[in-house]
Ligand binder design. Structure first.
Ligand code: SF4
Ligand code: SF4
Length: 237
């Protein structure tokens, strides 16, 4: 798979340089040049108005996700206490929801969970789904995965956030595999791309030497786990 520039057509407008998520295009002597780090994602082909970028890669069509709405936080409780990371995620979810003009929902699984709804709503959830059963009192991979996946398939959220705790690190990949969605683990920052309205998920990469920002254009929900302690809970309402 190759991407190349037809230099006679290039006017050095920089559109492809700005679009490339991998910093793989430079302007040299007034013309674009593709660097070795190009991943052949094909985005620059789509933005060049001069038709100067060519590729033998067929760009993937982005599916219609207009039925996907809502930012979900899978809240974690232990022994009757909500884990602080759940409140931190609700704080971030509220920021993202404002930009997307979508609702924040919390999911809580356990036994005798009714007391959690009020606290989750005070910290930003506008809706709480509670799966309440004696068999969910303690974390079980299969049971928790089944319940969360069924809720995702029925209510079709746009984004699902889970704490990168012991529980979250076990649960999140199982869910993402089951619902065929991408997952970015151990994020330290989340934001919304202004233009595409998709989730930008930033996490350390290459042993922590660089920060990588990952976006998921082709599947939903957009799923991320977030390290505890890096985000702040919103002020309780
Ligand atoms: S977008 Fe096209 S014309 Fe503009 S710099 Fe890139 S290759 Fe050249
Ligand atoms: S194909 Fe993708 S990675 Fe390669 S130069 Fe174009 S935008 Fe950058």
């Amino acid at each position: 798979m190759t991407v190349w520039i037809e230099t006679e057509l290039c006017n050095g407008c920089m559109s492809c340089v700005k679009e490339c998520p991998y910093g793989a295009i430079e302007i040299q002597e007034g013309r674009a040049k593709i660097l070795d780090r190009c991943t052949s994602c094909g985005l620059c082909v789509l933005v060049c108005k001069q038709g100067a970028v060519h590729s033998d890669v067929v760009p993937r069509e982005i599916p219609d996700f207009s039925d996907r709405k809502g930012i979900w936080v899978v809240a974690e409780q232990r022994g009757g206490e909500l884990m602080r990371v759940s409140l931190e995620l609700l704080g971030k979810a509220a920021e993202l929801a404002e930009q997307l003009e979508e609702d924040v929902c919390a999911l809580v699984l356990g036994w005798k969970t009714s007391g959690f709804a009020e606290e989750l709503m005070r910290y930003g959830a506008s809706k709480v789904y509670a799966a309440d059963h004696r068999l969910l009192e303690h974390y079980r991979s299969d049971a928790y995965t089944k319940v969360v996946c069924e809720l995702i398939e029925n209510y079709r959220p746009n984004i699902v956030l889970i704490g990168a705790t012991m529980l979250g690190r076990d649960l999140a990949p199982r869910i993402s595999r089951r619902v065929r969605a991408g997952l970015t683990a151990d994020c330290t920052e989340l934001s919304i791309d202004e233009k595409e309205k998709i989730l930008l998920q930033t996490r350390p990469a290459f042993g922590g030497n660089v920060m990588a920002t990952i976006a998921n254009r082709y599947s939903r929900p957009q799923m991320a786990t977030v390290r505890p302690g890096v985000m702040k809970p919103g002020a309780p309402g």
